[in-house]
Ligand binder design. Structure first.
Ligand code: SF4
Length: 316
């Protein structure tokens, strides 16, 4: 059924501006559900599931842009076309063995890229997750997740949680939104194709009002741009005001030295828009893909202090 949706007709030339859809490939996979060796301590997930490979949102700091994944991620976005069929088999087996655990959707891509509006691949996957009563955690920047509120409500009510997670979670669905900055202008530069921070917060509030556990992932925090106490406090206050149960703060990672790698792209954007911080940003990373441990420790301490002030957890 999903396969029918992949064949797009060329629109008639009406003389009007036509929104260009990113090129989409379809690929078949052997497995779609990955089991962690042990539960992820940050996100509480036991499984990960990525319906798409690559991402059309194209955030300029995104690590999936790095050498591991190739150059222009917009044009490499691929839908895992046989994912629903494979997932039925994999979840059937896991459910039979009562191996219930939180499925994190999507950890190395976006579950709701632009093309999802037509493909409904993530929606099909959620229907299967609901059928086998697995709990799910979605991390997204997209407002399209609202479309699937109906299925997510059923998952929230009916999913079977692992016994040790039952006291921690209200229901079987956690909906989180990621931010690199609360500042609309800065977000426009680094996340040009994503909904604005305000739109993400408003979407989060709608889930909160429907009884979901919701969170803010303030990651990656951008060095010297969105990592000041003032910026962190702004993000924390907004998260709290829009109903977040928790916030998770973490620094930026930058991979690769090639032209299209995220480290190169990020430095170019900094050079163009914020030349005054280019050298200190480069010094912060050096030859590594992570900032110095001193910086990371300082960021974590300041974020913890601010979260404590506003009585919100800086972890899931
Ligand atoms: S939405 Fe997420 S996966 Fe997509 S480009 Fe942005 S950071 Fe990367």
């Amino acid at each position: 059924m999903i396969m029918d949706l992949y064949d797009f007709k060329k629109p008639e030339n009406t003389g009007q501006k036509i929104e260009v859809q990113p090129q989409i490939n379809k690929i078949n996979v052997k497995s779609i559900l990955n089991k962690h060796k042990k539960r992820d301590s940050w996100f509480l997930s036991d499984y990960t599931l990525n319906p798409y490979y690559g991402c059309s949102v194209n955030c300029l700091y995104c690590y999936i842009r790095g050498s591991h994944y190739g150059g222009n991620i917009t044009h490499k976005t691929s839908a895992k076309a046989n994912a629903p069929d494979i997932l039925v088999k994999q979840l059937k087996k896991r459910a039979k063995n009562k191996e219930y655990g939180l499925i994190a959707l999507a950890t190395s891509s976006e579950a709701y890229p632009q093309i999802e509006e037509e493909l409904k691949l993530t929606r099909s996957i959620l229907q299967i997750i609901n059928r086998f009563k697995f709990p799910v955690s979605i991390l997204t920047k997209s407002t399209l997740v609202l479309r699937d509120m109906d299925i997510l409500k059923r998952i929230n009510e009916n999913a079977i949680l692992p016994p040790d997670l039952k006291p921690k979670l209200k229901g079987g669905a956690i909906i989180s939104f990621s931010f690199s900055t609360p500042d609309e202008k800065l977000a426009r530069i680094f996340e040009p194709n994503a909904p604005t921070p305000k739109e993400r917060l408003e979407t989060m509030k709608k889930f909160k009002d429907e009884g979901f556990k919701v969170g803010v992932c303030y990651m990656p925090v951008l060095p010297f741009l969105s990592d000041s106490d003032k910026q962190i406090e702004k993000m924390v206050v907004l998260a709290k005001n829009y109903g977040a149960d928790s916030i998770l703060t973490a620094g930026l990672t930058l991979f690769g030295e090639e032209t299209n790698d995220c480290k190169t792209v990020y430095y170019k954007i900094i050079e163009k828009n914020f030349p005054e911080i280019l050298e200190k940003t480069k010094r912060l990373f050096g030859d590594n893909f992570y900032p110095t441990s001193k910086y990371q420790k300082d960021l974590a301490e300041r974020a913890n202090k601010i979260c404590k002030k506003y009585e919100i957890k800086n972890r899931f």
